[in-house]
Design a protein around this ligand. Structure first.
Ligand SMILES: Cc1ncc(C[n+]2csc(CCOP(=O)(O)OP(=O)(O)O)c2C)c(N)n1
Ligand SMILES: [Mg+2]
Length: 623
């Protein structure tokens, strides 16, 4: 067997550069490159190896380790999970900065390979700079924090361990049911140690992403279940988009007369104009989908993890006889809500089911279709009304969403993650392309927005990327603006500034408390609370100082004008839009479970607790 002597880090890099993914006859590299911030723990190991390997595995430098993980998974999301990045960090804080990114990846089932530097496998110089010593075990480091947020975790204490660790890591990353963050902790001395690696280890490998099919017997039973339904209702999740099942879903809905609602990850699966697309469901859902969900007798849940925002904390489905059919590559998701499970690829499942139902001549009663049509028309009018600008000199967030949507092209992408924007976008944005609506609403991580926008743009530079971000999220993490300029990827970033964490303040006040701790205000020394004037952050000047093109737009005409100018720019643009602080998009016959104090000296809280108990009466265990 021929071997080649390399350091462990050199071998890792060489191996990663030779991994490919194949699905439906298309093949591409699994890794578009490696992000990394160097320090001790990776600069002389992986850093040296990356420099030597050159363009076979391009290196990118971000400003923040958490952000580089967001960028990587946003890229993977745009690529339908068929491509991602690896991320390397130094030991200690560089590594733990990635933990939040790892959780974001794993919650959203998006692949990313994390290679945090670790302290010495030899232990000789311990404690090293940035090492957290554990008095009960020398086999623990801060990298053990990645265990619960990773789908696979290993510490590579000897150079030959990668011969088994890396193939397993690739298996998890490329398996649509298992994918998420994979963490291989890399002790800094081991990275630099050499070994005679078999040359064959570095041969090109194509990881086949096979579309899992359900056995015919299960398809038949599922078809029989649908046949008994008079008011079936499809929930389209992110899995529909990842498996490129959008045409199959459209066919399925059209042919059978079944309405389709959308989750945050699934929005865009059908264009908003599709006759069977009844819009968003759940806590942030619209009128049409929420009414249909309440009466549905069969929920066909396709590629969704049925989060509380989708199920309205299990108040969305009020038909006492409601049943679930789960179509999902992940058995855990397919079985949720006591569903009849079809553990398979979304496209395969929908195509097979449609064939079976066609054979049986099944189609839902036309009266149901009439109801769908009129509810959809009513919902469209509602969205028009909420988006319409009433006071051109003082915009609401809903107005801004409408104007950005109107200024964007059909293939453009909107990116968002946290605050009040995701709920408003779910209701009001009108996508026409399956990749046009990019929401990280699994972990809803403040700080994902700009870093994620960069990943989306890198994945498809032919599209304009609109990052919509609240002032709170912007202040938490906006420094990847610099990376977007450094790498030449243009973003259009719209900052909706309402003076703080207004969605949380709204939640707080709707539950009986006075405003407390959520606004960006000076401390009032008399009350010792944050109740003074608003802190006047100039987001445009902040962005300008980083090198971006920056505007401030306060009125409708200014925003329309700056969005037009932004289209013509070649580098990142930031538009600061002050918005009305208390103007909110209403809810539509839905609810979200946020527990309220059972006892309190405040009347408002007591009243809110009674209302909470009443609302809970609609909650049901579905099993
Ligand atoms: C990392 C992180 N910390 C805390 C939260 C909880 N949280 C959700 S939204 C929000 C406020 C966001 O403020 P902003 O971006 O200004 O949006 P707004 O609420 O004003 O719409 C907070 C604190 C979160 N989602 N992510
Ligand atoms: Mg805000």
């Amino acid at each position: 067997m021929s071997t080649i002597r390399m350091t462990m880090a050199q071998a890792v890099v060489r191996f990663l550069a030779n991994q490919y993914v194949g699905r439906d006859g298309h093949e591409q590299r699994l890794f578009a490159g490696m992000w990394g911030i160097f320090g001790h723990g990776n600069v002389t190991g992986l850093g040296q190896a990356l420099e030597e390997v050159g363009e076979d595995l391009p290196y990118y430098r971000p400003q923040n380790e958490q952000a580089m993980v967001h960028t990587s998974i946003a890229y993977a999301k745009m690529k339908n999970r068929l491509q991602t990045f690896a991320c390397t960090s130094s030991v200690g804080p560089g590594a733990t900065n990635m933990v939040t990114g790892a959780a974001t990846a794993t919650v959203n089932r998006l692949p990313v390979l994390l290679l945090p530097g670790d302290t010495f496998a030899s232990r000789l110089p311990h404690p090293v700079l940035q090492q957290l010593e554990n008095p009960s075990s020398h086999d623990l480091s801060v990298n053990d924090c990645f265990r619960p947020v990773s789908k696979f975790w290993d510490r590579v204490n000897r150079p030959e361990q990668i011969l088994t660790s890396l193939p397993e890591a690739m298996r998890i990353l490329t398996d649509p049911a298992e994918t998420g963050a994979v963490t291989l902790a890399m002790p800094e001395d081991t990275q630099t140690e050499s070994y005679d690696y078999p040359v064959r280890f570095f041969d090109k490998r194509v990881h086949r992403v096979v579309r899992a099919v359900a056995p015919e017997s299960e398809i038949r039973l599922a078809a029989e279940l649908i046949e008994t339904a008079r008011r079936p209702f499809i929930v389209a999740g992110g899995g529909v988009i990842y498996s490129e099942a959008t045409a199959a879903l459209s066919d399925f809905a059209d042919s059978l007369g079944i309405p389709v609602c959308e989750t945050q990850a699934g929005k865009g699966a059908l264009p908003w104009t599709h006759p069977w697309n009844v819009g968003p469901v759940g806590s942030n859902g619209g009128l049409a989908a929420n009414r249909l969900a309440a009466d549905a007798d069969l929920i066909i849940a396709v590629g969704t993890r049925l989060s509380d925002f989708t199920t309205a904390s299990y108040t969305a489905f009020q038909n006492p006889d409601v049943r679930f059919l789960g179509i999902n590559v992940s058995p855990m998701d397919a079985h949720k809500a006591g569903a009849f499970p079809l553990v398979c690829d979304a496209r395969e499942g929908l195509v097979a089911l449609l064939a079976a139902l066609r054979e049986r001549g099944y189609r839902v009663d036309a009266a149901y279709g009439d109801q769908v049509e009129s509810l959809k028309a009513e919902w469209n009018r509602t969205v028009d009304r909420i988006r319409a600008v009433e006071t051109p000199s003082s915009l609401t967030q809903a107005n801004v969403i409408g104007l950005v949507n109107d200024a964007s092209g059909p293939r453009d992408v909107v990116v968002c993650a946290a605050g009040g924007l995701p709920g408003d976008l779910l209701k009001l944005w009108r996508p026409v392309d399956p990749k046009g609506y990019h929401l990280e609403y699994g972990y809803s991580c403040m700080g994902y927005e700009i870093a994620g926008g960069l990943g989306a743009k890198m994945a498809d530079p032919s599209r304009e990327v609109y990052v919509m971000v609240g002032d709170g999220s912007y202040l938490m993490l906006h420094t990847e603006i610099v990376t977007s300029l450094q790498e030449g990827y243009k973003l259009t970033i719209v900052v909706t500034d309402n003076g703080g964490f207004q969605c949380i303040r709204g939640l707080q006040m709707a539950n009986g408390s006075p405003s407390f701790g959520n606004e960006l205000r000076y401390r009032d020394r008399r009350t010792n609370r944050l109740e003074g004037d608003y802190v006047p952050v100039d987001f445009a000047r902040n962005a300008e100082s980083l090198g971006a093109v920056a505007y401030r737009a306060t009125s409708q005409s200014e925003l329309v004008d700056t969005l037009e100018r932004a289209r013509g720019e070649s580098r990142t643009v930031v538009i600061h839009v002050p918005i009305q602080k208390d103007a909110r998009v209403p809810g539509f016959e839905s609810w979200w479970d946020v527990p309220v104090a059972e006892v309190s000296g405040e009347d408002g809280v007591q009243a809110a607790h009674s209302a909470y108990e009443q609302a809970r009466a609609r909650q049901r265990f579905l099993y």
